[in-house]
Design a protein around this ligand. Structure first.
Ligand code: F0G
Length: 461
């Protein structure tokens, strides 16, 4: 098969500092993964060679960001770094009121508490683990209104993050607009494989929700990556900058939660943004209980400075092209080997279809968890399960059985090289060649919340 690898995505930066890695052998890795209960979250990072667990908080900061850290104003209240961050968010993202939080879920907690009443319904374009849990803990029920194609790993729909407007209308008819405080829209839908939502869909959604007086709250964790796909795929956007596209996306929404640990190129941080004074006031009251004063929200001054600079860097066209170019390079190599992956290739990583990879395992034998453990064993590459374990249980105790049973190879930003991508592709191929002999897992410990983080497994005989 002829490969479609593009060779023109070279990085717009060079290396000034490197971090040495520990190399391990197979017996060491077997011991480590057993001790970790076959859960890659429980591995020690120093036992990992290439860490693709997440793109969250794992970016390499630039020299400008590190220099910014030295400009931290560590005052308890009114740090100048807060005002810098506020200005950057207002100018580049276009939201009015900003509250920093320690990371994304801190913002989700406050937003859910500020807007949700018991019995409310939150429609959204697929769930995210922490987002949905905060909505549920605040008393709401989440309803998935993403298009069906998003649940089909093989569908090559260019905007698998789109909302199905008919599904949304049915939810509104069933429950009434009064019970829907907001529609929760993620850009670059993580659980669907980093799939984008189109500008047209956002416009349709805005027109519809405005009529009903329903807000749109934007999970903008990976908004720049979404903007890149709009630039590449949507008519009328090829000549627009990432900056302009991001600002237009945000303009169709009323507020946002952000984990700055992804797109915004920092190791810690997040924020909540809103255009409504009342919501801001309530959130500002809540933030002091859960995070800290509203001008630091659980962050040091230096963290806010690094975030302000990171946001600016993340919106450069050259940055995002190299970023997604690297992800596409890896995805194409896997396709060349015949590995079943979610298509189209998403923004922040490659999602391997574990049901297709290990068709002899049932979902109760945790195919994605199993595959993730095998990939570690093969070459010290750490990935993450995004399937039945991540989906967790419903409030009545039954398991959610998601259609997607995936292993996520998430690529940290500005961290690994093209040769690392080659090693990753070669190691998953080695596992692919011995896939028939791979046995599943059973869960032997299950935590109450977000079980994928700490669950433990044993290999089936
Ligand atoms: N929303 C999305 C879409 C996310 O991907 C995450 C985190 C959050 C919210 C929560 O943000 O971690 O800063 O509290 N995703 C990480 C991941 C954990 O690996 O995908 P947080």
């Amino acid at each position: 098969m002829k490969s479609k690898i593009k060779s023109s995505w070279a990085e717009p930066y060079k290396m000034k500092v490197v971090e040495l890695l520990k190399m391990t052998d197979r017996p060491q890795r077997l011991k480590s993964i057993k001790e970790a209960g076959y859960n890659t979250f429980l591995l020690k990072s120093e036992d990992v060679y290439i860490d693709l667990l997440t793109d969250s908080g794992t970016s390499a900061m630039s020299d400008r960001q590190w220099a910014g850290m030295m400009l931290g104003d560590e005052a308890y209240a009114g740090s100048r770094n807060f005002y810098h961050l506020e200005k950057v968010i207002q100018t580049l993202y276009g939201y009015k009121y900003i509250i920093p939080t320690h990371q994304g879920r801190g913002a989700e907690n406050i937003l859910s508490k500020a807007l949700i009443k018991k019995g409310d319904i939150i429609p959204g374009n697929m769930y995210f683990t922490t987002t949905r849990l905060h909505q549920e803990l605040a008393g709401a029920k989440f309803v998935d209104v993403i298009i069906d194609e998003a649940h089909d790993p093989a569908s090559e729909h260019p905007f698998k993050g789109n909302v199905d407007m008919d599904k949304l209308k049915q939810v509104v008819e069933k429950y009434g607009a009064k019970r829907i405080p907001y529609v929760c829209i993620a850009t670059s839908v993580n659980m669907a494989g980093g799939q984008p939502i189109s500008m047209q869909n956002l416009k349709d959604l805005r027109a519809y929700t405005t009529k009903l007086g329903i807000r749109i709250i934007h999970d903008m964790t990976r908004v720049a990556e979404n903007a890149y796909f709009i630039q590449q795929r949507e008519a009328g956007y090829a000549k627009k900058s990432i900056r302009a596209i991001v600002k237009e996306i945000n303009s169709y929404t009323d507020g946002a939660t952000m984990s700055a640990k992804k797109d915004a190129l920092v190791n810690i941080g997040g924020f909540l943004a809103t255009n409504e004074w009342d919501v801001y006031e309530e959130a500002r009251n809540l933030v002091v209980i859960y995070e800290g004063l509203h001008t630091y929200g659980g962050l040091a001054g230096r963290d806010m400075e690094a975030m302000a600079i990171g946001i600016e860097e993340s919106l450069s066209d050259e940055h995002i092209r190299a970023r997604i170019g690297q992800v596409e390079y890896l995805g194409q190599k896997m396709l060349d080997y015949g590995i079943p992956i979610v298509l189209p290739i998403g923004g922040h990583g490659i999602f391997v279809d574990a049901k297709k990879f290990l068709p002899h395992l049932t979902q109760d034998q945790f195919p994605a968890q199993t595959l993730s453990a095998e990939v570690y064993l093969e070459a010290g590459v750490r990935t993450m399960e995004r399937g039945v374990v991540s989906a967790g249980r419903k409030s009545n105790g039954e398991n959610y059985y998601p259609k997607l049973e995936l292993v996520r190879f998430t690529i940290p930003r500005r961290v690994y090289t093209q040769a690392h991508m080659d090693v990753i592709a070669e190691s998953i191929n080695s596992v692919f060649l011995r896939r028939d002999k791979i046995k599943g897992l059973k869960m032997v410990y299950e935590p109450k919340y977000l079980r994928f983080f700490q669950a433990r497994f044993e290999r089936l005989k």
